[in-house]
Design a binder for this molecule. Structure first.
Ligand SMILES: [Zn+2]
Ligand SMILES: [Zn+2]
Length: 127
């Protein structure tokens, strides 16, 4: 890769904002990444701050991804119990509702895990 401003020079990396190759003379090293000197430092810093902020929120509360699934799963079991034990069994409305809730809980759990691991990848990329 070569510098986008200096075709005769090798790039030492790419700007985190515009992703163009930049040489030693065109680069500002911001510790967390490289930026075009005098042009994209602000953008890269802002980008970094936003990501780090959401990273902090996520690492502080990783358990929240289980809160909703546990809640809906519990509701589902309560309805299943009502339908099967006190109601008409499998065809009871409460039973159907219970299955719905349990299915929904599993769906949220899978979805949350996906989002969480995607976020983790982004964060480890930036480090
Ligand atoms: Zn740039
Ligand atoms: Zn250059």
């Amino acid at each position: 890769m070569i510098c986008f401003k200096h075709p005769e020079k090798d790039a030492i990396g790419t700007c985190k904002y515009c992703h163009r190759g930049i040489c030693m003379d065109c680069t500002t090293d911001l510790e967390h990444g490289l930026a075009c000197k005098g042009v994209h430092e602000e953008y890269v810093n802002t980008l970094h701050n936003i990501v780090m902020q959401s990273a902090k929120i996520y690492s502080n509360t990783p358990k929240t991804i289980y809160a909703a699934p546990v809640f809906f799963g519990f509701m589902g079991l309560v309805f299943l119990w009502f339908g099967l034990v006190n109601g008409d069994g499998l065809t009871d409305f409460a039973t159907l509702l219970g299955f719905g809730f349990v299915g929904f809980a599993i769906y949220i759990l899978i979805y949350n895990k996906k989002v969480y691991s995607a976020k983790k990848d982004i964060i480890s990329d930036l480090r």
